[in-house]
Design a protein around this ligand. Structure first.
Ligand SMILES: [Ca+2]
Ligand SMILES: [Ca+2]
Length: 84
């Protein structure tokens, strides 16, 4: 005979690093997953243009617009931004 078992996993705001779409550390502490790896440390998202062989220098990767829509936001662009 089966009985339903209920387990509540309470959650709330945390000051610790949290798991988001990726492992995510809220570097700027604004509670929004808007960090990315700013390779050239200029404070804006730099678009990387792959070379003729479709390659970029991985150490410089900030954003590659794989689908060519000019955006890195939203599910359609998942994986384009080098999320911090
Ligand atoms: Ca940049
Ligand atoms: Ca895109």
């Amino acid at each position: 005979e089966c009985e339903f078992q209920v387990h509540n996993f309470e959650y709330g705001k945390s000051t610790l690093p949290v798991l988001g779409d990726y492992v995510w550390y809220d570097v700027n502490g604004n509670g929004v997953q808007d960090e990315w790896y700013d390779a050239n440390n200029e404070g804006v998202v730099t678009k990387n243009i792959p070379d003729a062989e479709g390659a970029i220098d991985y150490s410089l990767w900030e954003w590659i617009d794989f689908n060519g829509d000019g955006s890195y936001a939203g599910p359609a662009n998942a994986g384009e931004l080098n999320a911090g």
